[in-house]
Design a protein around this ligand. Sequence first.
Ligand SMILES: Cc1cc2nc3c(=O)[nH]c(=O)nc-3n(C[C@H](O)[C@H](O)[C@H](O)COP(=O)(O)OP(=O)(O)OC[C@H]3O[C@@H](n4cnc5c(N)ncnc54)[C@H](O)[C@@H]3O)c2cc1C
Length: 571
Amino acid sequence: MLPRLFQAFLVLSPPSALACKCTYQSLCWPNADVFASLATRLSQPLTYPRPPESACYPINDQSGDCAEIQAGSLNATWRADQIGSMQSINFETYIDTNRSVIEACYLNTTLGAPCEQGSVPVVGVDARTTQDVIEAVIFAGTNNLKVVIKNTGHDYLGRSTARGSFLIWTHNMKDITYDDDFSPSGAPPGDTYEAITLGAGVQWHEAYSAANEHNRILVGGLTHGGSVGAAGGWILGGGHSALSPSYGLGVDNVLQFTIVTSDGEHLTVSSYSHPDLFWALRGGGGGTFGVVTSVTYRTHLSVPAVAAVFSANTTNSSTMAKMLGEYARMSPALVDQGWGGYGTNSQGSFQFLHVAPNASLASANDSYASFFDFARSLSEDGLDVQAAYTQSYSTYYEWYQTWFSTGEPVGPGMNILLGSRLLPRVVVEVNYTHVGETLANLGIWTQWVLVAGGAVSKVDPEATGLNPAWRTALAELVTAVEWPEGSTIADINDQHTALTQKVSVLEGLAPGSGAYLNEASPDEDNWQWTFFGSHYDRLKEIKGRYDAAGMFVVAKGVGSEDWDKEQICPA
Ligand SMILES: Cc1cc2nc3c(=O)[nH]c(=O)nc-3n(C[C@H](O)[C@H](O)[C@H](O)COP(=O)(O)OP(=O)(O)OC[C@H]3O[C@@H](n4cnc5c(N)ncnc54)[C@H](O)[C@@H]3O)c2cc1C
């Protein structure tokens, strides 16, 4: 044990990009008095996150309401409300860098393992105000703490949690303001928008509902229950939507951010104010440049919408390949007409749900008739078409409510990893048959996320920090692996290997095409190129300008190559 005086010296040492960050149980970790002093400056008491499953332990004398945890476990909205929860439970688990130690807190208590803290941060600030965020950032800087920013915990690379870290939880920053004459900071007179400003913790279902009250719609994430954050990792990573072929990606619809940078400054960032940071925040990734406290989006007039719905099964893989090839063939024309949405190919079935704002039923029928006819013609080859229709809705919001306001996405509460590739339009146009065959043969669960092309491809690739590959893409192809709770490290390693193999199949379709950093494999080697493309060097330079101390570093985020695998010590 070091003398108290020396510990105090360590605590007060100025942070340096060359120093390891301080984690829980290190000698440098602030003592209770130091934390108590922070608490006096916050609007809420300090919080001490635990894995939610800890309520079920000790098994014979449970510390909390285990039945509530079991009931909520697969519910994304419930998970987002739990400070210690990640949507993908594998990120609550800790596996050391040598992959020899696993620490978790399993919901299934019959596995016989103890409940451990794993990768859940040990203490945090439940930020409700900008001042809370400023205090947390200054405290973390003064004490050189390992920091994580968490909003909803949806991150697919686990970037919103870290073992032994100090948490800044933005989930309860729920302010929403509508302004029909919004002018970005520094804008010339007349540069105004019908805009909505969302606090860092607002989730998409809340944002859509607020916009609808003003007869407006938003480009936003779409998932059952609308639990993804509208002003955190989604927008910082790019933000796709079924509306993107009509109105662009999330980053194409942002007017302004407010952000607390690592020196504790609260900046207003727009095209006219800190334009370099505005560029970087639109695609440079979450947890990297500072703590965003609000995002202002342009809104769009609420309009009628038409959906196209399809579902079919076959046990014949060549029939599946033909159908997917035809689906690929028609996709470029669809996005050009503003159609977007989601297709899923899983174990002999294929479904899609598409939507187009402001389309007529007649034009929708024109757009889909040839595909529906083609699919029905495959009945002789063993295709069973269960649904193939178009349907109109009085508003896009009505469509959203019908399909997404209830139910739960598949994935939250499970051990899951994704891998993905952006599919260039030219690849589909040149060889859609090959695309269909590849996807049919890939195996379980592949998603065809039709959220690029159209308006996305009309934006100058240099206008935002986003990977330029998005501007020539037609869709995002996503695959996944999963494993049961209690799996051994060896079994988990096997799933990582399987994921890398699946991603290499997608990469084979479009070598060097890149991936969406929010829905990607944590095992990407060439991640600087794959996630950021030719924008990486500029993003890193801007990060250096606004986060010289390296406070905000996440796995495979900008600048993370300068740190070790756990982003604690310099590499
Ligand atoms: C069920 C599900 C559905 C999804 N649907 C979509 C979709 O329709 N479209 C789409 O594009 N993506 C979708 N995603 C992916 C989603 O965009 C990412 O998971 C995204 O990272 C979520 O951001 P979050 O802030 O909600 O989550 P978190 O996990 O809380 O945060 C994600 C990252 O952003 C950082 N971060 C969060 N808040 C802030 C902040 N205020 N300031 C700075 N950094 C911050 C975190 O540190 C972390 O690195 C989905 C994911 C899931 C699990």
